[in-house]
Structures are given as structure tokens and as C-alpha cells.
Design a protein around this ligand. Sequence first.
Ligand code: ADP
Length: 601
Amino acid sequence: MKKQEITSFRKIRDVITTLFPIAAKRFPRFFPLMALETLCDVLRPFLGVYLTPMIVDGLVNGLPFGRLMTYACILLGGETLFTVIRQLAATALNKYQERLGNYFRERTGEHVMSLDFQLTEDKKALDQLEKANTGMDWYSGGVYGIANQFFLLAGNILKIGGFTAVIASRMPLLLAAVCVYVLISGIMTVKANRVELQAYEKLSKVNRLFEYFGWNIVDFRYGKDIRLYDGSAMLVNKWDSYQNESVGAWKWQAGSTRKYSLVSVVLDVARIVITYGYAGLLTIRGVLTPGTFTQMVESAGGLDATLGGLVWNVTELFKRCNYAYEYILFERYPAALPKGTRPVQNGPHRIEFRNVTFAYPGTDRKVLDGVDLTIEPGERLSLVGLNGAGKTTLVKLLCRLYDPSEGQILMDGTDIREYDYTAYMRQFAPVFQDFRLFGFSVLENICLKDIKDITPADRARAEEMIRKTGLAEMTEKLPKGLDTRIFKVFEEDGVEPSGGEQQKLAIARALYKDAPVVILDEPTAALDPVAEYDIYRQFNELVENRTALYISHRLSSSRFCDHIAVFSDGKVAEYGTHEELVNAPGGLYAKMFEAQAQYYR
Ligand code: ADP
């Protein structure tokens, strides 16, 4: 228990010392506004505590009307001033809730995109991302919610100091009674919070399911299957049953906290009776003036409310920081790959695989098993082999989406792990089998820049690539040309390119990048063999003097390549020119070529 508490304190410290400076740097006015709001909250009640007794005693003792009015004006004026300033601060603060939320969501997104690729398949990393997202959501209220609790806590500590000083000056015994009351009601709050946390655990699974079903029902991509398989009744029924589960959890929480609420009500009544009774008695005996009576009653009420608030603040701060800490854990998620600092020379590269062996993380099967392969600068190399032979995996290793389990990959004689990661990545323009286009304009998809950063020169280059890849005919027909959005996610008049057009767009994007090594990883599977042959042939002309790797289980790309590496069982089973391999009797390539030859003759 103790250890857990220490950890929680550390979490609070980490959350505050990490997230507050980030928020303050981005929104410098946020914390001063919070401090101003808190200051008004702290000072306002003490105006009454000090001035009300003076007015009451003044009335009883027949103080001149002018003096009484002065007190009343200071009280009212002060209250109004504090209320107005507080309100102005609160209004100014309102917008920060949304802004801070968006800012930290943006940071999470940025972090996700900068994560090592292999973590995007890592269940632990994905879970941490999920926890970071929900942790910074309404469970913690994000930085806004945490800062709010933090300032409430600070304000309440100041108020407690003030009320305690006032009561201790006249009725130290009452102070003791209030402390006992607060202790018991604090215990009740902690117990009720514990129940709430348990209910959260119960609800988090149901909430995840709700979200899943909510999306399935509204997401148009599921529309066809839901209609044709008559799935709506199943989804609605499931929704109902999760709804019942959710209502059950809420009921359980309400039932379990009922007894604590009851104790709190009884305690409240007892506190009022004791305060009024004791202060009244002292007033009748002449120990307190009527004015001090009101002061004591008001201060005891204030102290009680503030102490109750303090217990709530502390438990809330613990709770919220615990949730938000998941975000910090995600930001600190360790990198999966080591990264070097060696600068990369631009230009054609000599690439060498030395005894490269690889199994995907969490698996034992060697997808690549001792691959030796050299790619000379400007060479065209075709990687062929049956599906699952490891060709794409080899490319992923070359692009440092993963690192080899054994062996090494060298670029210009240096282990690729030693190079600066970002500069190294710039050397490759792959078009993967499962490439993705974004729901942005054609132009943005090719340049991968926001429209406002695209220069006329960028546009001209993009147009050139469009022409070269044979897309001009399609883009000329678009209502807004290259500025037409792809897909209908954001705009009614978005264009839905055909499979072949999407592939050409992906190729245009790769050529636009102008990297020294281009890779075409079978992005043409949707095309018929003849069209595929055309694409590879055109592409081969477009890559000019760059190094090019072609992957295809069809052999259309192989004929114009300098060399062909045939993969089988994780190894390079055959290597040579088309002529050499096609004439190797009993060879894998020769067999594959023969089987497919009808398309190429
Ligand atoms: P190819 O490109 O030759 O068709 P791949 O390199 O895509 O083959 O795949 C080689 C093997 O690795 C396949 O058996 C595939 O199932 C497996 N594989 C691919 N990606 C992953 C992954 N992310 N995790 C685990 N296994 C994978």
C-alpha cells in the first residue's frame, strides 16, 4: 500500500513537472489566469468574514449610519469586484479547455507518427497509446482539468489557513470539533472514490465496446455488409445488452456509495447543531459579541466546506494524475531501433546484405535466413519468389522499418544503423503493396506537404510526375484539377480513383520524392499482367539513373533488370541475369518463367 502511494506521489510530481511546463510554453496566459481566478476565490469570502461582524456589532451598538454604510459599501463593492474579475478570468480560461485538449492530441499524433514503425504492430505500445488517449481525455480532464484541481487545492489550503486563524482566535474548541467532522467525512469521500474507481474499471470495457459498435453502425464502410447480411438487428441487440451492462455498473456505484452519502448528511446536521449551539452559548454568556457569533458561524461553515473540498481535491488530483501519467509513459515509450548520427552522402549508393537473418518481433520463424546480396549503384534488381518468400521483408529491413535479427546491411560500406535515421530514410522512395493515399488533394498526396507550403515549383514538379505516370488524362478531367480531393471523406465532390489510378498516384509520389533508391513492391497486383508489364516498363524509364528494386511474383519486371534474385525459404536461391536464369535447367526462375511465359511472348 505504502509503495503504491509513493508511486502515486511520483506520478503527481511527474505529471505536474512534465505537462505544466509544456502547457505554459504553448499557452503562456493560461496559468496566470488560473492563478488570478484562484486569488479571487480565496479573497472573496474573507471580506464577509471581517466586515459582517463589524456591521452586525455596529447595528447593535448604534454606530453612525455613515460608518455602517461605508462598511456595507466596501463589502458589496469588494464582492462585486472579485466576482467580476473572477468571471472575466473564467471566461478567458474557457477556451483553453478545448485548446489544451487539441494541443495534446496533436502531440500524441505527432508522437505516433515518429514512433519506430515496428511499434505500430506492438500490442503493448498500442495499449499504451489507448491508455494515453483515454488518460488525457475526460477521465483526467487533461492538463486543464489537472491544473484546475491543482489551483483549487492551493486556494483551499490558503482559505483553510485563514478560517483556522479566525476560529482559533475565539473558539479553539470548535476548531477541534470541525477537525473530527472533516476527518470522518474525508474517510467517506475516499471510500466513495474507491467505489468510483472500481466502477470505472467495470465501465472501461463496456465503453470500448460501445465505441466499437457506435462506429460500426455509423461507418459507411460497414454499410454493405450490415445490409446484405441483415446485421442491423444483431448490432442493435448487442448495443442494448452493453447498455444494460453499463446501466448496471452505474446502479452498482450508486448503491455502493449510498451509505457514505448518508453518513455525510448526518455529520452535516451534527456540525451545524454543534457550531450554532456552542457559539450561541458563548454569545449568551457575553464571551462573543453578536457580530463575532456570525463571524464564527460563517468561518466554521467555510472551514468545513473548504476542508471537504481539500479532501476531494487531493483524491481528484491523485486520480487525474494517475490517468494522465499514461500519456507521459507513452511519450517516453522506448524506441525500438537504435539510431546513429553519421551523415548520409546523397547520390547513388552501394548496398550490401551480409548474412541477414530476420524473424518478426514476437515470432521464431526465420523469414530471412542468411541472405547475402549486393546491389550496385544505379543497378536494377528484380526480387522474385513465391508469395511469403520474404521479398517485402527484405525491403522493410533495407528501409529500416525493422532491423535484422542477425547479420548486417551496409550502405556504402557502413552499417545502416550508424546513419542518421531521418537522413537515411530520405534515400528511399518505396511504393509498398499496401500503400495508402490520404483524403487530401491530389497535389498534397504527391508532394506530401500541406497546400499552403506547396510552392509553384513543387506544383510544376508534381505536374511533371503526373504526366510521366500517365495520369494527366485523369487529372485534367477533375473539377478542380490537382486540387481535387481524393475520396469522399471530406468533400462531396472528392474523386474516387480506380485501383490502377491509385497505384499510379503512389508511383508519382515516389518519383516526386527524388530519392536515390526507388522500390516498387508489387503495387500492381490489381492489374492484369499486360498492364502490369507496361507499368514496370514505364517506371523503369522514369527512374533514370537511380537504383531500382522491383518486387513481383510475376516476372514482367525481370527482363529489363540487370540482375534477378530469386527468393525461396528465406534465402537467395538463384541470382543472375534473366538470360542466365531462364536457361538454367531445373531452376526455380526458369520454371516460373515457363509457367507465365504465355503473357510475355
Ligand atoms: P513476400 O513479399 O515475399 O510475399 P513477405 O516478406 O511479405 O513475403 O512475408 C514473408 C513472411 O513473413 C510471410 O510468411 C508473412 O506472413 C510474414 N510476415 C509478414 N509481415 C509480418 C509481420 N508484420 N509480422 C509477422 N509476420 C509477418
